[in-house]
Structure formats: C-alpha cells, structure tokens
Design a protein around this ligand. Structure first.
Ligand code: SF4
Ligand code: SF4
Length: 375
C-alpha cells in the first residue's frame, strides 16, 4: 500500500492511493464555544439539498450534544471501540489509523450503521455529563458539562469513502478539494457508508445510490460561503482555503487559525483521514474527553483561545466569523476593527471589536410614543 504524509498525525501512513493534494483545499473552522444548537444550519442544508424522496433521514449537516448526542447513534464510540485504545507519542500518533487497522481483504476499518441508528437524529440533546445531585449548588465551577458539536463532511485529504469504493465512483476535485460521488457510477454497494468514520455518507433508498455533502460547490465556485456557514446564527463558522504545510499565509484567516495560531484543530485526527473541518475546542470540557476527541494539540488550542480577548490579531480573525456571505481569503487588523477581503482583493467587511450601542430617548416626541431600548 502506498505511504502518504499526514501532517495531523505527524507521520507517514498507509493509504490505498498515492498522495495527491488539490490545487486549493476547501476548509472550515467551527468555534464550538459559540454554537447554541439552534439547528439553523441543519435546516438550511436540508431545505437546499435533501428535501427529496429517500432523503428524509439525511442530515448532511447535523448538530449533536456531546457527550451523549450522536447521529447516527454511537457513530464515534463504535469506531473508537473497534480501533481500541491507541496512543500518541508527543505530537506523533503512535497507534493505528482506520486504514492501517483494516481487516485482511478490506481497505478501511468501519461498520455499517443499522436502520434504527438513524431513527433519532437529536438523541441526547441538552443531556449533561452526569446527574445533578439533589441539593447541589453552584460553587464557581460547573461539575456537569455538555457542548454542541456541529458536523458536516470533512472533505478529507485522505477520504475513507473514496478509498473504499470498488467502483471508483468517489473523487476529490483537483480545483478545490471537494469530495463528490459520481451518481452515474455508484451501484449502491454502501462501502462508503461503512468506511466513513464520521458517517457522513448516506444511502438513498429510493434512487439506490449514495449521497453526501457537496460543500455547496455552486456557491464556492462563485466565491460565496456554503449555506450552513452563511446562515449560522451563532456565527461559529468560517469557510476558506487552507494552504499546504509550509506555504501558509498569515493574512489568510484559515491558515492563521489552523496553521499559525493552532487554535482550530481536527476532529479525531487518529482516524487518519486528515479532515478539513477544524474545531476551536470547548474550553469548559474535561481535558481527558477533549484529548480523545481532538488529540494532544488540544492543550495549546484551549490556552490560546482563553487569551484571545487580550490578543487583538487573534480576536480580529475570530470576529470574521459570520460577517459576510463571501469567502474571505485575507484579513487585516485596523485598530479596533478587522477588515476582510475576498479573492479579488476587495474589502467585503469591516467588523468593530465592540459593536456600537445607541441609547434612544425613552419618549419619542416625533411619534408621541414611549419605547423600550431592546432593538
Ligand atoms: S446555525 Fe450555527 S449556532 Fe445554530 S446550530 Fe448551526 S452551527 Fe450552531
Ligand atoms: S468525512 Fe466521510 S464522507 Fe466526507 S470526505 Fe471524509 S470520509 Fe468521505
């Protein structure tokens, strides 16, 4: 099997195809500390792409409450159990990826979810980590915790869905790294559903072919951010382009957050897919849980994020989230504001660090009415 380099696990690994990186790689940063689980993103995606027959159960975008939320049921704990306890040696993954632990004759270690696993898209919503004891009261630190995890296809650099497809129906676009299924080639074997450890491929029982998130590529091609990013109420999302290791640019907001400040890190890097959705980890969650989910880079990410309020350049990059429907390829701090630019170099936003507040007179003489300052 060819050897490829995976920067997220800091080593070479086995993958069924040679290393071939796209010219540009679509990437996202999701700040878990800001998500309110309103599901606007899920509905924006659903009404745009999956409102047809056979797509009823599909959520290309879903948001689940950790630790007990999953869609499909137990998607991550099931594959973690199969993989077994694995270790990191410093920043290098010393265990096996899902490709390296595949059974003889198979390309990926995976499992096929059952029909019942898709029955409850919002199982565990708002459930906290442990039962709140009778008589317990707040003592400064919350003992119980939970957080919201927004999930889409990661448009992985080494997609397990692509690796597993016996028909070679799945491909990664050279121009932007988007992973797509050629529906005319797909024969519905569902190897991709079994292989994707994030369970982001769905089988359409009506058309008998598999489907997945397409990164809203018609929008990407026009320099616009995908629907789930544009509509996000919590402004937790930013889509852009991630440069290759060693070619990162400080004024590219995705490079800055992922490669330079390392405040946004991949989900389950140990699977070995080099996923391209990067998460700012939740800072209030016990470190053992975060280590399992995001790997050893989580310590530095949490520390950096905690200091963001006094770190104006980092604050500037974080304030770009949800500020424009256009993809921003560069940004610049301008005093106590941040400017965002599109691929043509045009300024598309100016976001102040502090939103101005206007207090209006309680009595409006012109209209002869009293009013509240709530809007
Ligand atoms: S729209 Fe944004 S804030 Fe709302 S659930 Fe989705 S990711 Fe979270
Ligand atoms: S997240 Fe799953 S469906 Fe998406 S590219 Fe990676 S392996 Fe394929």
């Amino acid at each position: 099997m060819p050897k490829v380099h995976n920067w997220q696990i800091n080593r070479e690994m086995d993958y069924p195809y040679e290393e071939s990186r796209p010219k540009k790689q679509v990437a996202y940063v999701f700040d878990t500390n800001k998500c309110i689980e309103c599901q606007t993103c899920s509905i924006a995606c659903k009404t745009t792409w999956t409102s047809g027959k056979g797509q009823e159960y599909m959520f290309w975008n879903n948001v689940e409450t950790k630790p007990y939320g999953f869609y499909p049921l137990g998607w991550d704990v099931k594959i973690l159990e199969k993989l077994g306890a694995q270790e990191w040696a410093g920043g290098t993954y010393a265990g096996k990826t899902v490709f390296e632990s595949a059974a003889p004759g198979e390309r990926v270690l995976g499992y096929q979810p059952g029909e019942e696993d898709y029955a409850s898209p919002n199982v565990g919503e708002d459930d906290v980590s442990e039962v709140v004891q009778k008589g317990a009261f707040f003592q400064g630190i919350h003992k119980t915790w939970m957080f919201y995890l927004a999930r889409i296809c990661n448009h992985c650099t080494y997609p397990a869905c692509l690796a597993s497809c016996p028909r070679k129906a799945i491909y990664k676009r050279e121009e932007d790294g988007v992973v797509l299924i050629d529906q005319t080639r797909c024969r519905g074997y569902r190897e991709c559903v079994k292989a994707c450890p994030y369970k982001k491929v769905f089988f359409n029982l009506m058309t008998r072919v598999s489907e997945k998130c397409i990164a809203c590529y018609p929008l990407l091609e026009r320099g616009k951010q995908p629907r789930c990013v544009e509509t996000c109420i919590g402004r937790i999302r930013l889509q852009g382009w991630l440069s290759r290791a060693g070619e990162e640019k400080r004024d590219n907001p995705i490079d800055y957050l992922v490669r330079i400040r390392k405040v946004a890190i991949p989900l389950y890097p140990q699977y070995g897919l080099e996923p391209n959705v990067y998460y700012v980890p939740p800072i209030h969650v016990p470190r053992e849980f975060l280590l399992q989910m995001f790997g050893p880079a989580v310590d530095a990410a949490v520390d950096t994020y905690r200091k963001a309020k006094d770190d104006k350049e980092l604050l500037a990059a974080l304030l770009l989230f949800g500020s424009s429907d256009q993809t921003m390829t560069s940004f610049k701090r301008d005093g106590d504001a941040v400017l965002g630019y599109n691929a043509k170099g045009e300024q598309v936003v100016r976001v102040p660090f502090k939103e101005p507040v206007y207090i209006r007179p309680y009595f409006d003489e012109k209209n002869n009415v009293y009013r509240h300052n709530i809007t």
